[in-house]
Design a protein around this ligand. Structure first.
Ligand SMILES: C[S@@+](CC[C@H](N)C(=O)[O-])C[C@H]1O[C@@H](n2cnc3c(N)ncnc32)[C@H](O)[C@@H]1O
Length: 330
């Protein structure tokens, strides 16, 4: 409403408020004046309170609009966007540079979904559809598989794994942890005629059975061995988290591809560390080690600790759904 109209409305209301006691007084004398005054007072008080509340609501809405506008600015886009109200890594640096250190960051209400979030979700879904399409183009998956990316490897990791498997045609493949990845490798071996030995170490006998059944359902039971290796102490002096029974490695040699995706993180700190120190002497001259879950700090730390053990390997980080590292010696 314009200021002139507001002033006019206020004038009309004031006149009505003054007129009420006069009119009531004419009708009922002194009592009427008192009733008119009470009525005018009540109306005036209600009007003032309503005005104050509306102003507060208006200010709050303006604040929200400003917050949303700031959150959707393009300088928040590069890098990894954060949760609502929290800029992504690069966005945070960019904002600091622009507004100066210590400047207040807009706080969006919890649970508010911004356009930027919806766009990110849409892009992630599109990427996953493409990963699954790629995977199904590379290996003939003709029976059901468990949902990818929960306890299993994600589709993008499987694509990266099969790519390297087909390219390097390793004599021996070793997996820490069995599951869909074992089936996918077995299917790729059959599809691409790769003469290879795939051995998946598995600490859980029930899970080993379930992976064997999955291999059979996909018609590739003879292409991979699920080897039960209970978790226990290792021969590594400074490592105290149990790992697969080392005797399970005894007959392995010329290992050209390793997938590190077990034991589960919950078994203890640096649960997957022993794979490299214990398998190092059995690796082939040309070798690729694929490590899942490196977006978890513990697994990224494990990869860092391997660097001095693998001086002739190249370390690469893949920005996959759960983070991955690929270590190669060519
Ligand atoms: C991350 S999973 C290995 C996944 C495997 N590379 C794949 O792509 O399916 C590591 C271990 O977790 C255990 N595991 C797998 N699925 C599980 C589930 N749904 N619940 C509990 N443990 C599971 C198995 O012992 C497995 O060896």
């Amino acid at each position: 409403m314009s200021a002139a109209r507001l002033r006019l409305a206020a004038l009309v209301v004031a006149l009505l408020l003054v007129a009420a006691p006069v009119v009531f007084g004419l009708v009922d004398g002194r009592t009427g004046v008192l009733v008119g005054l009470a009525l005018s007072g009540a109306v005036a008080a209600t009007g003032v309170c309503g005005y104050v509340v509306l102003r507060r609501v208006e200010e709050r809405l303006r604040g929200l609009e400003r917050g949303i506008a700031r959150a959707q600015r393009p300088d928040r886009q590069p890098g990894r966007p954060g949760r609502p109200g929290q800029p992504g890594k690069q966005g945070k640096q960019g904002n600091q540079g622009r507004r100066g250190r210590g400047a207040a960051r807009p706080q969006l209400p919890k649970g508010l979904v911004t356009q930027a979030h919806l766009k990110k979700e849409r892009d992630q879904v599109a990427k996953r559809v493409q990963d699954i399409t790629n995977l199904f183009d590379m290996v003939p998956i003709r029976a059901g598989i468990p949902p990818l990316g929960l306890w299993t490897a994600s589709a993008d990791l499987l694509v990266a794994l099969v790519d390297r498997f087909v390219e390097t045609r390793p004599a021996t493949v070793v997996e820490g942890g069995s599951g869909v990845s074992t089936v996918v490798l077995a299917l790729a071996a059959r599809e691409h005629g790769i003469a290879t030995r795939i051995v998946a170490l598995e600490h859980d006998p029930d899970w080993a059975d379930s992976t064997r059944r999955l291999l059979a359902r996909h018609g590739v039971a003879e292409y991979a061995e699920v080897r039960v290796a209970p978790l226990g102490p290792t021969s590594l002096p400074d490592h105290h988290t149990p790992w697969y029974d080392e005797s399970a490695l005894a007959d392995l040699s010329e290992v050209g591809l390793v997938l590190v995706d077990g034991p589960p993180e919950g078994t203890g700190p640096r649960a997957r560390y022993p794979m490299v120190p214990l398998l190092r002497d059995r690796l082939a001259r040309t070798c690729t080690i694929v490590v899942d879950d490196t977006s978890r700090p513990g697994d990224a730390d494990v990869v860092d600790r391997w660097r001095p053990l693998l001086p002739d390997f190249e370390f690469e980080t893949l920005r996959l759904d759960k983070g991955a590292a690929v270590l190669t010696r060519t």
